[in-house]
Design a protein around this ligand. Structure first.
Ligand code: GLN
Length: 192
């Protein structure tokens, strides 16, 4: 039973915890840097990337987590979590920082504002079709060849990756935690 953390500073923490517990993981809600020790992996939830970034700094989790990611801690960032892991953030606040662990450029709210939120079916490599809930979702506009694309979606402007992996760093534009389908979580957890 892998011990998996969910970064619990802001955002849809509860839903991630539920999906992870459903698939048999032991879940730790991470609010302090010491709680990173002994984790097999960590989920960075959706929410508000600027708020989570701010709380990462003030809680003191930021530098410890940065080091863990660089040393290979498997991390899955969904929506705002993806923004936090990305190399380049477009449309962010001027002072918005990110871990820069995933070689992608993401545009905040790249699929539109709240009112343009949508649900669709996403075909994920090795899993098949899963429900994809997009809420003010970041759009991956460019990526390097180090980045494996596990799923893409064409929202009328060509294919853009929506689930990617670069070694230990996973990013997802949509919200796999907001449906009862836990297969994206299982895909991540099975690698731990
Ligand atoms: N647009 C939000 C941000 O920039 C992310 C939205 C989400 O996580 N649902 O943080």
């Amino acid at each position: 039973m892998p011990r998996v953390g969910v970064l619990a500073l802001q955002g849809d923490v509860r839903e991630h915890v539920a999906r992870l517990e459903e698939i048999g993981a032991e879940v730790v809600r991470v609010r302090h840097v010491e709680q990173l020790d002994g984790l097999a992996g960590l989920v960075l939830p959706g929410g508000e990337s600027t708020a989570i970034a701010h709380l990462l700094t003030t809680s003191g989790v930021r530098s410890g987590l940065d080091e863990k990611i660089r040393h290979g801690l498997p991390v899955l960032g969904t929506c705002a979590g993806l923004i936090l892991l990305s190399r380049h953030v477009l449309g962010g606040r001027d002072d918005q920082w990110s871990f820069g662990a995933l070689d992608v450029s993401v545009r905040r709210n790249g699929y539109g504002r709240q009112i343009a939120s949508f649900e669709t079916v996403i075909e994920v490599k090795g899993i098949g079709p899963v429900p994809g809930v997009f809420i003010r979702a970041p759009k991956i506009e460019s990526w390097t060849e180090e980045v494996e694309v596990l799923a893409s979606h064409d929202h009328g402007d060509g294919d853009h990756p929506v689930l990617v992996r670069q070694a230990n760093v996973w990013g997802c534009s949509f919200h796999p935690e907001l449906t009862s389908d836990a297969r994206v979580h299982r895909l991540f957890v099975d690698t731990l």
